[in-house]
Write a protein that binds this ligand. Structure first.
Ligand SMILES: [Zn+2]
Length: 425
């Protein structure tokens, strides 16, 4: 009897303890900021973002929101909160400094930590991913610490025959990937382009196994054919010709995302000279001069200036700009991506440069933010990510300045949160 009473008392104590811990269960209330939720609606002024552990619990205005007594309150009057940026076309794990060929767990971890420092809270790696990437893949029950979430596409699928290429699809499937990826391009006449029978077989097989497939293309005609064949994402701009009405009609009818990767073009020619961003303090906060010094070498710069491909990509950039403007105005979903994580495409920083280039192309800051948050999550089916909404992961950035006034204000990062945890500088 005595032990029974003791047991009951102990149980009661445990329950009351449990109760008190659940009451102060790591609520954090970010109070007073302008909140841009990623949906494209007017920002919420003097808002409250309430999170618990790794999740968003509620968003509302200061007057109407009830903040739990136990919540840690973080005062952010005058600041802006935006969702974490999602790079829908990056690469991870190959690059150290400005050279490639370093694929390893350590490089993946390092690359993802660089992205995170720049507020890029999720990266969709569209190819070049190997077994070492598997432990880093996004999982709903895993919280990355000081690094971005990762989705992978495995090996970029290639092959001379449908059978050969389909084998690569199956290998990726066995390894465990999130997406498939192909390239349909002759690299300005320097390579053999994947033929239509091969890419149709790859697209069909990918769909049969339940994957979305992202497609690399350069030419309008290939992009059109890839849409017809079932591409789920045009992973680069159309750069040879202006998009026409039939193309716009087709991409809208298929409701497929268009990923501009303007900084990819920039990276092909910008080192013919000293890149302006080499003196941006935001660039220099991660990238040291020792890292990019080889790009200042006059001999190397002269080689870039004399390179035929570089100069064609440079000449075609205005076509990419006007196509982006036209497609955005036509209501085509723009899905943010940079193709960074390739040598000399500086991870993290290039995402902010991409947003600046999208603005130069004629997009409004709000549309750019939607492209870099909601649209990537929606068109690539990234569950629980993208917008600030109850039940979504607490991935967000606190900015000192309003990006709706100038998109370059995305660089005024005070803190980045991934899964409710601050990314350490
Ligand atoms: Zn790429």
């Amino acid at each position: 009897m005595k032990s029974y009473i003791f047991f009951c008392l102990a149980l009661l104590y445990m329950l009351s303890c449990k109760n008190s811990t659940s009451q102060d269960a790591n609520y954090k209330a970010f109070v007073g900021a302008r909140i841009i939720d990623g949906n494209g609606a007017e920002p919420l002024e003097d808002g409250v973002l309430l999170i618990q552990e790794n999740q968003i619990i509620a968003i509302g205005s200061r007057d109407e929101m009830e903040i739990p007594d136990q919540a840690e309150v973080i005062e952010l009057t005058g600041k802006t909160i935006i969702p974490g940026i999602i790079n829908g076309h990056g690469h991870v794990g190959d690059v150290q400094g400005i050279s490639g060929g370093h694929y390893s767990s350590a490089t993946i971890e390092k690359n993802l930590s660089i992205y995170a420092k720049y507020g890029i809270t999720t990266v969709v790696s569209l190819g070049g991913d190997q077994e070492e990437a598997l432990p880093f893949r996004h999982a709903a029950n895993q919280n990355p610490v000081n690094r971005s979430r990762l989705f992978i596409a495995g090996a970029v699928i290639s092959g001379d025959t449908p059978a050969e290429a389909v084998q690569v699809v199956e290998k990726n499937h066995e390894m465990g990937v999130d997406f498939m990826k192909i390239r349909v391009d002759d690299n300005l006449g320097n390579a053999t382009k994947m033929s239509e029978d091969v890419y149709r077989a790859v697209i069909d097989k990918s769909h049969e196994l339940g994957y979305q497939i992202a497609t690399h293309s350069y030419y309008l005609e290939d992009s059109r054919k890839l849409l017809e064949a079932g591409s789920d994402l045009l992973a680069h701009s159309v750069r040879d010709l202006p998009v026409d009405d039939s193309f716009i009609g087709l991409i809208k009818e298929k409701n497929i995302g268009y990923c501009p990767t303007l900084t990819r073009e920039l990276s092909t020619y910008v080192y013919e000279d000293t890149a302006a961003f080499f003196s941006d303090p935001f660039f220099l906060k991660v990238y040291r001069k020792d890292t990019f010094r080889p790009l200042l070498d006059p001999k190397r710069q002269a080689q870039v200036a004399a390179n035929r491909s570089s100069q064609i990509y440079k000449r075609q950039l205005p076509t990419a700009y006007s196509n982006l403007k036209k497609l955005n105005e036509a209501g085509v979903p723009i899905v943010f991506g940079t193709d960074s994580g390739v040598p000399t495409r500086f991870m993290g920083y290039f995402e902010h440069l991409e947003m600046e280039m999208m603005a130069e192309a004629g997009m409004q800051p709000m549309d750019i933010l939607v492209a870099a948050t909601k649209n990537v999550a929606e068109y690539l089916n990234l569950e629980g990510l993208g917008t600030l909404a109850p039940g979504h992961f607490a991935d967000f950035i606190i900015l000192d300045a309003n990006p709706l006034q100038d998109i370059r204000n995305t660089r005024s990062i005070i803190e980045t949160y991934i899964g409710g945890r601050v990314v350490e500088e």
